[in-house]
Design a protein around this ligand. Sequence first.
Ligand code: PHE
Length: 449
Amino acid sequence: MSQRDAFTSTFGVLVATLGSAVGLGNIWKFPYLTGTNGGAGFLLVYLLATLLVGLPVMIAEIMLGRTARANAVSTLAQLAPRQPLWQSIGYMGLLAAVLILAFYTEVAGWVFAYIVKALRGQLQFTDPHSAAAAFGALVGSPWQALLWQWLVLAFTGGIIMLGVSKGIEAVTKRLMPLLFLLLFLLCVRSLTLPGAMAGLAFLLQPDFGKITTSVVLTALGLAFFKLSIGMGTMITYGSYFRDEQNIPATALRVMLADLSVSLLAGVAIFPAVFAFGFAPSAGPSLVFMTIPAVFYSMPGGSLFMTLFFVLTAIAATGAILSILEVPVAMLTERLGWHRRKATLVTLFTIALLGVPAALSHGVTAGWKLFGLNPFELFDFISSNILLPLGGILIALFAGWVYGLPKLRDALSNHGQLQNTRIIGLLYLLTRYVAPLLVAVILLKGLNVF
Ligand code: PHE
């Protein structure tokens, strides 16, 4: 059997993992959810969820993947051969992957379209009306919406076919550093706008009255979505980790860098929202309306606007690659399919499911289930139900089935790292805190009690 592909350097592991975490979640979802859920209070709950649940589950996932060196289903099959039920983590992850990609690639399609619009000087406005009209014209047109989505699928599918080291690692290594540079520039610009401080206050001064149970569930869902956990992505990436990689330290770095990107995106967007009179609660269209306004009146504005959307596209690409890798690794390893066939079948499934999602802002806008159109429904089921549920199961598996002695061995790299205290803390978090907390929020958020 040929050797299994893997990441080739410590830096490669870090950027690929960061490439998975950083994505539309930071630049698109984080700002708009913060806007619709009341600002700083939401941010605070999100931070707590990330520390108490997100980080421990992320470390557990990577550890399980690296121990088994296999896709998500096979990892659980290998680590608990007599308890096949645990494999449901992998199958639920497969479902989440497809659902997320059905709407995620749609939003990525908007980003790609905005690159072209910015280049052609079609985003020259600062008033909310023109901004809404430009966005509406794109998302309301069935063919445009679908074609851009398919372009994103073809592009990312092409990289996946190149493999783990030559595709995923090579691409993220080149692109991620650029992203940080541009985001930083953008913040400087946004903060120097007149009226910027109202935006900062919105982001940083919590109003505790606005924290309801549904806000807490959304924040928890975002914490899972952001760190790419609860669906086997980190199990899969963990299976490509190097033996000598310090897993807790790598996860911590990724979490902090990812959080910085979200905060920078917030700082880039909210001051502009208030300076130009946009509504912070605009929803999914928020970035697409405010960013052109931020750059419009600035020298070289079209260039910066273009660069911003290019970098958002980069972020989206790294994340999409990691979601695609979940089904692709499963299909190649479990069914013995060639990587090309596995990728094509995955892309085709997503394209099919993507149709109702892509048309949700026009043709299928009225197809509602529980008051949500297909786009919103796919997001809700995956982020707010499947990922938290997957997270509970992974934490329980790590804390109760895998257990402390093995946890110690795996996370200290067989005794080479001196991190007993951190492992002890992690054990408590995965065994008790994370499963309980997530279960309570999930049940309450879904109005079960
Ligand atoms: N973390 C990615 C983002 O923020 C999305 C993602 C979710 C990636 C789940 C992988 C798995 O955009």
